[in-house]
Ligand binder design. Structure first.
Ligand code: MYA
Ligand code: JJ1
Length: 388
């Protein structure tokens, strides 16, 4: 019942728990000369393009395709609205390949109707560091759904990844496919409860009034941790050391060097925010927290058109209790006018979610690896990886 996924080198449902299968690559690499040199065939009306995301026009076309056709919640009330600046950041990390930013146009009208991307990343799986593609932003225009275009997009990105001599990938999806390495829960912390209720993102709890709800979620105006400040360029070496040491405890985690940290974690307005704690005495960097900005379009509401959401990214505590660090993150997000702070139950997030008044959402996020088998699924707390 997964006609496409059954043909791919991914963990199959029938193999779950089969201890005779070793962990690691499912298929061996082939010589590059044996990788198909021409793109896969598209239905005749369509053509492949490589997107130049640096170009303002191209970036705008991608932005519009995603704004109108990308991921929605299960009741179609909200749709992810990644900004152009965010897309440029997400798609141009150190060592990125332009050839992995793939679009499909209608030949006659030149209209962009589908998109898929990859970016390179080193992912550590237990003791092995594997160069992978992180696949994201798979999107087919609403009017072209269920025509089996997605499998062609996936095969084409796979071919272009293989051409760079990379043979594994990591991706997340809201749908169940063969076979998740882990299934995570979304949690939400209201910052602007009145608006969240007005747009249908959350509901007034039982025996709760609006004023009691507003009081429940109130936060102080300023952060409490001495030495808490924005990350700056000169912090990159210290933050890299802190993060690498922290991420070493997880079964699957991203492997970040200083270049990666500069790209992924140095603050970029309305894209990514990072804060750290510099000890007022020793000037040591002891703690770190970060979130990225991903608004959602509110579909069909009279009063509001967008929801401003912060998504927990990478957080490390060595001196400041994680609870206090994340409470400071909530305080800055509130001060910056975010409506909600979202987090997955990855890494050590379980330890603060309930206490800081996050509630479970109706969405789950499944994590996947391509051409790499794990014998058993992981607990979310064993994941040190957040995809955008
Ligand atoms: S996850 C975000 C995905 N995007 C959205 O949800 C946006 C809104 N939806 C759409 O645009 C369409 O519904 C999409 C499917 C494009 C998702 N991941 O063309 P179809 C399988 C993987 O008739 P459509 C993200 O971006 C489905 O099971 N496969 O369907 C990560 C079926 O196969 P099978 C998916 O609805 C993406 C087939 O597609 C997904 O018109 C990672 C049906 O195709 C999904 N999210 O289009 C991609 N949804 O029959 C994999 C459906 O077997 C990367 N399908 O069940 C793999 C690694 C590649 C690189 C490897 C390198 C070595
Ligand atoms: O945002 C999500 N759910 C919200 C809105 C639900 C609206 C009706 N369906 C939600 N709100 C409850 C909040 C409440 C606040 C007070 C405390 C209790 C909780 O649950 C969900 C996540 O929960 N988001 C989605 O469904 C979007 C898609 C998620 C899959 C993403 C796939 C990503 C692609 C990867 O590259």
């Amino acid at each position: 019942t997964h006609k496409f996924w059954e043909t791919q080198p991914v963990g199959q449902f029938k193999d779950i728990g089969n201890t005779s299968l070793a962990e690691g690559p499912i298929e061996q690499p082939t010589p590059l000369s044996e990788v198909k040199q021409e793109p896969y065939n598209l239905p005749n009306l369509y053509e492949w393009i490589t997107c130049d995301i640096d170009s303002e026009e191209m970036c705008m076309e991608v932005y519009k395709l995603l704004t109108n056709n990308y991921v929605e919640d299960d009741e179609n009330m909200f749709r992810f609205n990644y900004s152009k600046e965010f897309l440029r950041w997400a798609l141009r990390p150190p060592g990125y390949f332009k050839s992995w930013h793939i679009g499909v146009r209608v030949k006659s009208s030149k209209k962009l109707v589908a998109f898929i991307t990859g970016v390179p990343a080193r992912i550590r799986v237990r003791d092995d560091i594997v160069t992978m593609a992180e696949i994201n932003f798979l999107c087919v225009h609403k009017k072209l759904r269920s025509k089996r275009l997605a499998p062609v997009m996936i095969k084409e990105v796979t071919r272009r990844v293989h051409l760079e001599n990379i043979w594994q990938a990591a991706y997340t999806a809201g749908v169940v496919l063969p076979t998740p390495i882990s299934t995570c829960q979304y949690w939400h912390r209201s910052l602007n409860p009145k608006k969240l209720i007005d747009v249908g993102f959350s509901r007034l709890g039982a025996r709760m009034t609006m004023s009691r709800t507003i009081k429940l979620y109130k936060l102080p105006d300023s952060t409490v941790t001495p030495g808490f400040r924005q990350m700056e360029l000169h912090d990159v070496p210290a933050v890299t050391r802190l993060l690498r040491n922290y991420l070493s405890q997880f079964a699957v985690a991203v492997d970040l060097d200083e270049n990666d940290v500069e790209h992924w974690l140095l603050p970029t307005e309305n894209v990514v925010d990072s804060y750290l704690v510099e000890s007022p005495e020793t000037h040591e960097i002891t703690d770190f927290c970060s979130f990225y900005t991903l608004p959602s379009t509110v579909l069909g509401n009279q009063n509001y058109s967008t929801l401003k959401a912060a998504y927990s990214y990478y957080n490390v505590s060595t001196k400041t209790p994680l609870l206090q660090l994340m409470n400071d993150a909530l305080i800055v997000a509130k001060r910056k006018d975010y409506d909600v702070f979202n987090a997955l139950d990855v890494m050590q997030n379980e330890t603060f979610l309930k206490e800081l008044k996050f509630g479970p959402g109706d969405g789950k996020l499944h994590y996947y690896l391509y051409n790499y088998r794990l014998r058993n699924p992981l607990k979310p707390a064993e994941l040190g990886l957040v995809l955008l």
